[in-house]
Unconditional design. Sequence first.
Length: 87
Amino acid sequence: MPNIKSASKRVKISEIRRMRNMAQKSRLKTATRKFKEAVEAGNKEQAQPALKELLALLDKAAGKKLIHKNTAARKKSKMQKAFNKLG
């Protein structure tokens, strides 16, 4: 445990931020899974809104430096290609 008041505050803040980041990453993974399931099922009507949500979450995560911007761009490209293959 920290002895200094400001250090204890930093511990609390870092824990809050860690929990927030974990929640955002979890949302991102869930959206990715839902999109992949829709694509594998060949359901374009279900995949389209899932893709839209996934792209928005990827942009937000990259904007908040939760994931690297190139990682977000790569994943967006990969998901868009998978959606376009549905025809």
